[in-house]
Design a protein around this ligand. Structure first.
Ligand code: FES
Length: 167
């Protein structure tokens, strides 16, 4: 799956120093080889929670790969996040099984509740709302997963209550 279309966030100058310091700490444990790109991206994301633009530029320079290649890899793989995510990840299935049982209404109501669109994070970084193609739990349609906990046979109202109840 691809993340194409998501633009990396640019940090403020005061953030940049600490981001790059943390990136450099990760880089220090790798040699300057292009083959290290994916493991470096994975570890930097683990440390920062996402891959900001300045981190990708630093990594590109370190492994000696053009920036466009590194950005290409980071946007191609769904495992990489180019934007900061919230403390709580709310994912709603938009697969056919869930779609016909009301997923669009659930997504719409959660967008209203959280005042964000699918793929976005609330300004306080509490919630990220995402959709996925299928959780593989179609018998429970419509399905939502909040921080790895699965909720099935939902209505829009139930989904809102669950999200409101997250601490
Ligand atoms: S279609 Fe929603 S879990 Fe499969």
């Amino acid at each position: 799956m691809s993340n194409t279309g998501t633009k990396p966030k640019t940090s403020t100058p005061q953030d940049t120093g600490s981001i790059l310091d943390r990136v450099d700490k990760v880089l220090a444990s790798y040699t300057h080889e292009k083959a290290n790109l994916i493991p470096i991206l994975q570890q930097v994301q683990q440390v920062l929670g996402y891959l900001p633009e300045e981190a990708l530029k630093r990594i590109a320079k370190y492994v000696g790969d053009p920036e466009c290649n590194v950005f290409g890899v980071a946007t191609f793989y769904a495992q990489f996040q180019l934007l900061p995510r919230g403390r709580n990840i709310v994912r709603v299935c938009r697969g056919t099984g869930c779609y016909v049982k009301g997923a669009p209404r659930i997504i719409e109501e959660l967008e209203k509740l959280l005042k964000i669109k699918e793929g976005e994070t609330t300004p306080d970084k509490e919630y990220t709302l995402e959709t996925v193609a299928c959780f593989g739990s179609c018998a429970l349609a419509p399905v939502m997963v909040v921080n790895d906990k699965v909720y099935g046979r939902l209505t829009a109202e139930k989904a809102k209550e669950i999200v409101k109840g997250i601490k």
